[in-house]
Design a protein around this ligand. Structure first.
Ligand SMILES: [Zn+2]
Length: 384
């Protein structure tokens, strides 16, 4: 299934070459997948694609219409939902404002499924037609069982969100940390296609990181790896929303920047970081100094990432222009100065600001993988 997905269309003999399975095994497996409706054959029409023996060279591809899969990106202010078909083609998408950024688990489940339902209805089908939902949220999440150790979107810690969703949803729900799923989207659809070792840093309400090693997401043993936002940059430093002090996020996250601005100014003049950025550009020295500290802290974090991982590429991914203050060349230059110096080019750092829907696409792509695996397991159980 993976080799068909990555090729798009592929002949059986080429699957045998790609996987190392014998042609007979590939034929047996593909006939089961055909019977299950997961793949379909494409009979070539022109003679050029016929092999020398005169038999048409039949390619196979995933059966696009066999499954509809939703991806959900839960942000701090917006929920984005995107439905893909089994081939990964966009079907329908919608975005919804979030009334309450920090919900209790029951409300969270309700809000999430309502957004998915409404999106499905706008596409002329219902949530019951979905084969799976991928959910991307910030926090410390054990992806295998959908257990949320902690998330800034929830009022409670240690929530068995996978089980809660399972009870309320008509189809399986797969949950993962949002930065991991952005990394997945970058790998499949973005600037990291063809790369096997790279890092995505997401800057939104908090600071997240997705690590791809040898083409796979690295999550850590407890699902708590890659928490760049909670690496410490200051002993006894600023208070973080995780409850600890001195985390990178407590200097770089938008809430942290606004908190600093308000404490310097003594009043709440700026509603968002965008307005602070505009003030800085208009010569407001207090605004300049607040943003400058955040920038220097982010540079420190970036340099630490290069010093630990030495990846092929670092991608700074953020959804909105409201984070443009963190995407400046001077930050990347400052990071370069703190990287261990050797006589080789340092890994490139690229800014890739894309919309929330691409994050949702990463979530949907993850759910497509999981649904494929489920269907294949069902097939093998039936064969026993
Ligand atoms: Zn923290």
């Amino acid at each position: 299934m993976d080799s068909i997905r990555s090729a798009g269309e592929i002949a059986r003999i080429d699957i045998a070459d790609a996987t190392g399975f014998s042609p007979a095994t590939v034929t047996a497996i593909t006939s089961e997948l055909l019977n299950a409706g997961l793949i379909e054959e494409i009979i070539p029409e022109n003679k050029q694609s016929q092999s020398r023996r005169g038999r048409p060279r039949v390619a196979i591809k995933l059966a696009g219409r066999s499954h509809l899969i939703a991806g959900v990106k839960l942000g701090h202010k917006v929920i984005s939902v995107l439905v893909l078909d089994f081939e990964g083609q966009d079907v329908v998408s919608q975005e919804f404002p979030i009334a309450n950024p920090r919900m209790d688990p029951a409300e969270f489940v309700e809000v999430m499924l309502e957004a998915v339902s409404k999106t499905c209805e706008s596409g002329g089908f219902t949530i019951n037609d979905l084969s799976g939902i991928g959910l991307s949220m910030a926090g410390l999440i054990h992806a295998t069982d959908g257990f949320v150790h902690w998330s800034s979107s929830l009022t409670e810690r240690n929530v068995d969100m996978g089980a809660l969703m399972e009870k309320a949803s008509p189809c399986p729900v797969f949950i993962d940390n949002d930065a991991n799923l952005v990394a997945k989207a970058e790998h499949l659809f973005g600037v990291a296609r063809n790369l096997e070792n790279f890092i995505v840093i997401t800057i939104e309400h908090g600071v997240g990181m997705g690590i791809i090693i040898d083409g796979k997401i690295y999550r850590g043993i407890r699902g708590c790896g890659a928490e760049l936002g909670h690496t410490k940059v200051q002993l006894e430093g600023a208070l973080c929303q995780c409850g600890q002090r001195g985390c990178l996020e407590a200097y770089v996250g938008d809430y942290a920047i606004l908190r600093e601005a308000h404490s310097v100014l003594g009043e709440e003049i700026h509603e968002d970081v965008g307005s602070l950025y505009d003030a800085a550009n208009n010569g407001d020295q207090l605004a300049v100094s607040v943003l400058d500290r955040a920038a220097r802290m982010l540079a420190l974090g970036l340099a630490n990432v290069v010093n630990i991982f030495d990846p092929e590429l670092i991608i700074l991914a953020g959804a909105q222009m409201s984070y443009r203050h963190l995407y400046e060349d001077k930050i990347i230059d400052a990071a370069k100065q703190q990287v261990v110096q050797i006589d080789a080019e340092m890994p490139p750092i690229r800014v890739h600001a894309w919309g929330d829907l691409m994050w949702a696409k990463g979530a949907a792509a993850y759910a497509i993988d999981q649904v494929s695996a489920l269907k294949v397991r069902e097939l093998s159980r039936n064969a026993d």
